[in-house]
Design a protein. Structure first.
Length: 492
């Protein structure tokens, strides 16, 4: 897309070109651009008188196919038109040097190759004046041009010959949000790409009664949607709502006349472009002279209900103001549009300044947010420290309790130590007694052994002598004496 700098330079070129002296071809004519309106291809005349009235700066020329068509023109059109030419574009080729702008409003008959060649030669011919051509198409509904989609195909043939990128697709657009009683009566929103925003001054809503959708071809010749972006030199001007949808009326069946959409298909939804402009700078006599192509899917005049309509089905519209804005810009006349432009640029500058202020406010807000976050962190840290302090206070009380407990334990340990020392002394005394007792037990064991021996001897003797009973009795008495001695010992 053109950058703002390139687009601004182009706008400046138009303003400068409108101040240049007229060339030889226009030296003898009245002041004001000469604009030709085509009626030689079956275009209707509705709204044509309004078009002439809202643009008194122009010298209007009407091209019709025959003298009969001249007779059938509305009286107001014949009165307001400067001249009426009869024939085809090829027939009036020599007079086109006087023409600064051409409007082709929804043709119902095809242009011949010769006519397209004449238009192309006129568009690029030597002239230091601004030139424009407005090509208006239609939907693919077979009300205009039968079932051959003549309006679209003819417009596209002219665009291709002019070397334009813009194309008119072979579809219809309906809008369930912005419409006049029926969804196919679309009310387009004027929202031009920069720097053409001034075209929307005083104009917001424009009628597109049964429109199609606009597209462009890329460097490879592929058709592309204008919804997401536009190539360099192309400016989108009027849009549907974002809930519009694509409809196919032709062909009804495979092989039927007509074409399917190239960039769009039936059922596609979104925001579609209804009008656009393509700008060129043509090198002429060491100068870059502006050329403008306007493409719309509704016609400013004629058709079923033209774009220039100011009220339709009770819906107020800005058709006359918008059409005047476009023609003032495209012709380089500007008139009050210059004041609009100055006002618009002033508003834009104020908006930029406001955006700068908003950016600073946003930056300050961000810094304030950062400070607030930092303050919150400090507050959180203070709260954490307070919690830790409370914990330390509690811990201090627990330490004091622990100190008391330790003192008590130390006292108990001291008492236990003393008891242990006493126990050790007692155990020492008992160890001496136990040692004495062991000695006595040893002596008693020895005595028992001796007694056992004596008993054994006494038993043997008793078996040999009659006095064995007496000997055994003695031994028993000796054993009792030893037992009594042992009992006495265990009681010590």
């Amino acid at each position: 897309m053109l950058g703002n700098r390139k687009a601004s330079l182009f706008l400046l070129a138009i303003l400068l070109a409108s101040l240049l002296p007229a060339g030889a071809a226009s030296a003898a004519r009245d002041t004001g651009p000469v604009v030709l309106v085509d009626l030689s291809h079956g275009e209707a005349t509705s709204g044509l008188d309004t078009l002439f009235k809202i643009m008194p700066e122009f010298q209007w020329v009407v091209l019709v196919a025959s003298e009969d068509d001249v007779a059938n023109l509305p009286d107001t059109v014949k009165l307001l038109a400067k001249e009426i030419w009869v024939g085809s574009f090829a027939d009036v080729a020599d007079m086109l040097g006087l023409v600064d702008g051409i409007i082709v409003g929804q043709p119902a008959a095809e242009f011949t190759p010769d006519e397209i060649a004449v238009l192309t030669e006129w568009f690029y011919s030597d002239s230091n004046r601004v030139k424009f051509i407005w090509l208006a198409g239609d939907s693919d509904y077979p009300a205009q041009g039968g079932n051959l989609e003549i309006a679209q195909s003819t417009i596209n043939a002219i665009l291709e010959s002019l070397g334009a990128q813009l194309r008119h697709d072979y579809v219809s657009v309906e809008d369930p949000v912005n419409y006049a009683k029926k969804t196919y009566r679309v009310v387009g929103t004027v929202e031009p790409d920069e720097p053409l925003g001034f075209l929307a001054v005083g104009a917001q809503a424009v009628l597109f009664h049964g429109p199609g959708a606009l597209a462009y071809v890329d460097e490879n010749g592929e058709w592309r949607s204008l919804s997401e972006g536009a190539p360099e030199g192309v400016f989108r001007i009027i849009w549907t709502s974002d809930q519009a949808y694509i409809v196919e009326h032709q062909p009804a069946q495979p092989g039927a006349p007509g074409n399917l959409g190239m960039a769009y298909a039936a059922g596609d939804t979104g925001r579609f472009v209804l009008m656009a402009a393509e700008t060129m700078l043509v090198p002429i006599e060491d100068s870059q002279v502006p050329r403008i192509i306007l493409l719309s899917s509704e016609t400013p005049y004629g058709g079923y209900q033209p774009m220039i309509t100011y009220l339709y089905k009770g819906i107020p519209l800005d058709g006359p103001r918008f059409v005047r804005n476009v023609l003032l810009w495209a012709s380089g006349v500007m008139a009050e549009l210059k004041a609009f432009t100055d006002m618009y640029l002033g508003v834009q500058a104020s908006l930029q300044e406001l955006n700068g202020v908003n950016a600073k406010v946003s930056e300050l807000g961000q810094k304030l947010s950062e400070v607030s976050n930092a303050l919150q962190k400090v507050q959180n840290s203070v709260a954490a420290l307070q919690q830790e302090l409370e914990g330390l206070k509690q811990a201090s009380g627990e330490v004091e309790n622990l100190k008391t407990t330790i003192g008590e334990l130390q006292n108990a340990l001291s008492q236990l130590n003393q008891a242990l020392q006493q126990l050790e002394a007692t155990v020492g005394d008992q160890d001496g007694k136990i040692s004495d007792l062991r000695n006595q037990l040893d002596q008693l064991s020895q005595q028992l052994d001796q007694l056992k021996n004596q008993v054994e001897e006494a038993k043997a003797a008793a078996e040999k002598a009659p006095s064995s009973t007496t000997a055994m009795a003695g031994a028993v008495l000796g054993l009792l004496a030893i037992i009594l001695a042992a009992v006495a010992l265990t009681r010590k």
